[in-house]
Design a protein around this ligand. Structure first.
Ligand code: CTP
Ligand code: MG
Length: 230
């Protein structure tokens, strides 16, 4: 049974506020997306790394992808993350990928993911009936705010986790869940699967697996990557 990594990379990076999409910003001598692709490509269990870019992306072809024999690109990004993932899944299915193949959806904007963490996740989930996601238990005390930005309540953090990626589900059930659940409340693959009544597994992720979202995240990512190489 195939195992595929699917990397949505068709976003514009509006919160980053840069002149170009954040996946193409420089980070430790490469671009963000080159780090992400390299990390997933280094996982032996993954048969193909498939990147979904925007149809009008002009930057992908300017990068050198030599040496990535198991890398494919699909120019079918949509106008939301869920749409990009859904279009990528449909293209994989139309290309003949078996319906029950595992797909690990991983944000192109998470360049610090460790190959060992991904390999461990695959080992933990490959016989699971549903699939699951990387996540970390919430560490901070949580406050609910009122309209005046004053604290309305303190929420217990017990049992709360922050979702990360990869999120690992089977091709056809994930595609069907995203199509039937498509809407603003579907912010990750797991939430679509949850809507079908199933309960994905939480696999311990890492605080290093940050998503590059705001400008200061690039600095944090560079420190993490520099530490990983030390
Ligand atoms: N993504 C995508 N297609 C979209 C929107 C997002 O493939 N229409 C991808 C991004 O490229 C990123 C991942 O989904 O790798 C996570 O999304 P996010 O961090 O929200 O990235 P952006 O949408 O680009 O950033 P922002 O929300 O700040 O505009
Ligand atoms: Mg976004």
């Amino acid at each position: 049974m195939s195992i595929i990594a699917l990397l949505p990379a068709a976003g514009s990076g509006s919160r980053m506020g840069a002149a170009i999409p954040k996946q193409y910003l420089p980070l430790c001598g490469k671009t963000v997306i080159e780090h992400t692709v390299a990390a997933l490509h280094a996982v032996d269990e993954i048969d193909h790394v498939v990147v979904v870019i925007s149809p009008d992306d002009t930057r992908w072809d300017e990068l050198s992808w030599q040496g990535f024999a198991r890398l494919k690109v699909l120019r079918c990004g949509g106008d939301s993350r869920a749409a990009s993932v859904c279009n990528g899944l449909a293209a994989l299915r139309d290309d003949g990928l078996e319906a029950q193949s595992w797909v690990l959806v991983h944000d192109a904007a998470r360049p610090c993911i460790s190959p060992a963490l991904v390999a461990g996740m695959i080992a933990e989930l490959k016989d699971d009936p549903v699939g699951g996601i990387l996540a970390v238990p919430v560490a901070d005390t949580l406050k609910a705010a009122d309209a005046g930005q004053r604290i309305a309540a303190t929420r217990p953090r017990d049992g709360l986790w922050q979702a990360q990626t990869p999120q690992m589900f089977r091709l056809q059930p994930l595609h069907d869940a995203l199509v039937s659940g498509m809407g603003p409340d579907i912010t990750d693959e797991a939430s679509a699967i949850e809507k079908t009544g199933q309960s994905p597994k939480l696999v311990h992720g890492s605080p290093w697996n940050l998503k590059v979202t705001w400008p200061q995240d690039l600095h944090l990512a560079s420190l993490i990557l520099a530490g990983a190489q030390a």
